[in-house]
Design a protein around this ligand. Structure first.
Ligand SMILES: C[S@@+](CC[C@H](N)C(=O)[O-])C[C@H]1O[C@@H](n2cnc3c(N)ncnc32)[C@H](O)[C@@H]1O
Length: 328
């Protein structure tokens, strides 16, 4: 399993500065055209968005037609101080992209859409947000702080069975049952370091030291799992991808950067389904699905960070980028 950005033991190296991953590769695949509309569905610190804004303006085109969406209002407030007047920022879950855009009379996207999934370094490194197993903070993990369910609520109220299921399914953690048992014994838990310590004590000691690419903190998988559950990330991603492909005009691009294998698998499956003519069961003699091929996959294999980028930004080590173009 490839692991999550939040899981790198030294992910805090960049402090509160978020370094965008696969930036040039993403922009090249978006194939920016002046005068077209672009949407960054995970605007975050604006690493991708500000570069898109800059490129569209510097290419001599009209004022950028750019929208940034994020479910984290705090990040959007900071980003608002950095963008020009032509950029609209919308606080929304990207699963609601259609209604978020339609509020502004936008029903299609002519240029493209980018999504750089997961959490930003600002979210990760702020102990009060509760994402970090390296810095103590409340067990929160909500990307949208107005959301009701926190990590503490899940951890302190779910049954041992449900906790183990979440840790196994969303963290692909082999020791999920033992971790869940130890969590339930130690409840109530209040802080991230309490949880990290329980996970550490539940796992066997690693026999050998890993390489730079695979060394990760023992709590990586469990924190990833709880975070995915708190933010219902996979269900949101599935809805978002289907809506986003639907919203694209012919020729418009979709670029998605994932940070763990569950996300990447979902992107791969949804892109594949959108790129084939028929989704009937293989043995069915006559096609009855009425499925329409609407996407051309333009990355035959996922694009990954070069060694140079991995060395400069450890978050990029698990990134995979897939892109498609909407067909007419
Ligand atoms: C990896 S960061 C993006 C960073 C950004 N591309 C940059 O370079 O600064 C991911 C961002 O996506 C946001 N996010 C995650 N899931 C989301 C969702 N379902 N809807 C909207 N935003 C989401 C997070 O709040 C976070 O700010």
């Amino acid at each position: 399993m490839t692991t999550e950005q939040s899981g790198s033991a030294n992910s805090g190296q960049a402090g509160l500065v978020h370094v965008p991953v696969l930036l040039e590769e993403a922009l090249e695949l978006l194939d920016l055209q002046p005068g077209k509309l672009y949407v960054d569905a995970t605007a975050g610190a604006g690493g991708h968005l500000l570069r898109i804004e800059q490129k569209i303006s510097s290419s001599g085109g009209q004022h950028p037609s750019l929208i940034g969406i994020d479910r984290d209002e705090q990040s959007l407030r900071t980003l608002a101080t950095k963008v020009g007047e032509g950029v609209r920022l919308i606080h929304a879950n990207y699963e609601d992209i259609r209604s978020a855009l339609s509020q502004y009379g936008i029903n299609t996207i002519s240029g493209g859409i980018i999504a750089d999934l997961g959490v930003s370094s600002m979210q990760l490194d702020d102990p009060d947000r509760g994402f970090s197993f390296l810095r103590d903070g409340p067990l929160d993990m909500r990307m949208d702080s107005s959301q009701r369910v926190t990590a503490a609520q899940l951890i302190n109220n779910l049954s041992e069975f449900d906790l183990a299921e979440i840790i196994f399914r969303y963290g692909e953690e082999r020791h999920s049952r033992l971790i869940a048992r130890n969590i339930v014994r130690a409840r109530p838990l209040q802080t991230t370091l309490e949880l990290a310590e329980i996970v550490r004590r539940s796992l066997p000691r690693p026999k050998t030291k890993g390489t730079a690419r695979d060394t990760s903190h023992p709590a990586t998988r469990t924190f990833q799992a709880i975070r995915i559950a708190v933010n219902t990330e996979l269900a949101s991603l599935e809805k978002f991808l289907n809506e986003a492909i639907d919203l694209l005009e012919p020729g418009a691009k979709i670029v998605v950067i994932t940070f763990h294998s569950l996300e990447d698998r979902l992107v791969k499956q949804i892109f594949k389904r959108a790129s084939i003519e028929c989704v009937c069961p293989p043995r069915q003699p006559v096609c009855t699905c009425n499925h329409k091929r609407e996407l051309l996959i333009i990355t035959r294999k996922p694009v990954v960070a070069e060694e140079k980028e991995v060395l400069a930004n450890i978050r990029s080590r698990s990134a995979k980028l897939r892109a498609g173009e909407k067909l007419g």
